[in-house]
Ligand binder design. Structure first.
Ligand SMILES: [Fe+2]
Ligand SMILES: [Fe+2]
Length: 340
């Protein structure tokens, strides 16, 4: 999973793409370690690390937790955009997003990463600098998270303007995405390359790396996060509904396009039939008038009718292209309208 994020064109409409992932380590022999002095593997492209067979469950968990964090951050970004726009905001949800961050990722996700990083850095000194930076960043992130949470409380009781919260909230989100991207692009692939089956077994035996149910994304949502969980689920449902609508609109546009083409073909066929009949009728008439000169006059007449047929077909084609462009424009406009 890659927790990439880019800001949408609208102000504050933070749109991230987070997460899917390809798996790394396919074909890696169990217990394989990176030979000393060998160059580190190329970082995977964002969004390309996945969870699949062959990847240790601890790594799968880290990727999954990044996906969860990214979806919570997207929700917070949406709420901040609403605050900025003066739109109604669910203050409970705003609070719960940051409360979740300081309660869960700062208490479980980052400490677990610290343990795995430390183990990998022992085996591969080349990882030490990156690991050290990320571990210090975990402390900074936790501190920043607590500050934003305090600001949310002040904003809720009216002692902090929304603009102040929007600014610090966005800075927190940006920082967290940069942190997760750095992990997924640089450090996770190296860790997976460095740690072998025995290392993972040792790590898995550590009490601090035992699975703990996530209070929002776990099988049972904790009561204090019910607003957050509900909002996240609604967001997922909306995305699914949007997908269905887009598909439906695309099918509708396709059918209309086919109709345009069928009509164009029908028009061209009718026009050709008309010209053929006219050529026949004219030819018969010309033979009646003078059988001697008829062949020459017919040839001239047919050439003229043929040219007119080509002009008709060209006009029909132009109309069809115009109609197809219109269908395409309307299709895009409907999708834009749906997204607005
Ligand atoms: Fe981290
Ligand atoms: Fe992380």
């Amino acid at each position: 999973m890659a927790a990439t994020r880019s800001r949408a064109s609208g102000r504050g409409a933070a749109r991230k793409t987070a997460t899917t992932g390809t798996r790394r380590g396919a074909g890696k022999a169990a217990g394989a370690r990176r030979p000393a002095g060998k160059a580190a593997p190329e970082p995977a492209a964002p969004g390309k690390q996945a969870v699949a067979g062959g990847q240790h469950p601890l790594m799968q968990t880290l990727y999954a937790e990044h996906r969860h964090i990214a979806s919570v951050m997207q929700l917070l970004a949406d709420q901040l955009a609403a605050i900025e726009a003066g739109e109604p905001v669910d203050t409970h949800v705003v609070y719960e997003t940051m409360d979740y961050m300081v309660t869960w990722p700062d208490r479980y996700h980052h400490p677990r990463e610290d343990l795995i990083y430390a183990h990998a850095a022992e085996l591969d000194p080349g990882l030490a600098d990156s690991v050290d930076t990320l571990q210090r960043d975990h402390d900074n992130t936790a501190r920043a998270g607590r500050e934003v949470l305090e600001q949310i409380e002040r904003w809720r009781d009216g002692s902090l303007p929304g603009a102040g919260l929007v600014k610090s909230g966005r800075a927190y989100i940006d920082h967290l995405y940069a942190h997760m991207n750095s992990e997924e692009k640089l450090v996770f692939p190296q860790i997976e390359h460095t740690l072998g089956a025995q290392d993972w077994s040792e790590l898995a035996a550590d009490d601090q790396l035992r699975p703990v149910s996530d209070p929002v994304f776990g099988y049972r949502v904790q009561r204090e996060y019910r607003n957050l969980a509900r909002k996240l689920r609604r967001g997922v449902r909306r995305r699914v509904e949007r997908g269905t609508m887009v598909e439906w609109l695309s099918v509708e546009a396709l059918l209309e396009s086919l109709e345009v083409l069928a009509m164009a073909r029908e028009s061209a066929r009718n026009s050709a039939g008309d010209h053929l009949r006219a050529a026949w009728d004219d030819g018969v008439q010309m033979f009646r008038e003078s059988a001697l000169t008829a062949p020459w006059r017919c040839a001239g007449n047919n050439a003229r009718l043929g040219l007119r047929l080509l002009q008709d077909v060209a006009e029909i084609s132009r109309d069809a292209v115009d109609d197809l462009s219109r269908v395409n424009r309307e299709h895009k406009a409907r999708i834009r309208l749906m997204d607005s």
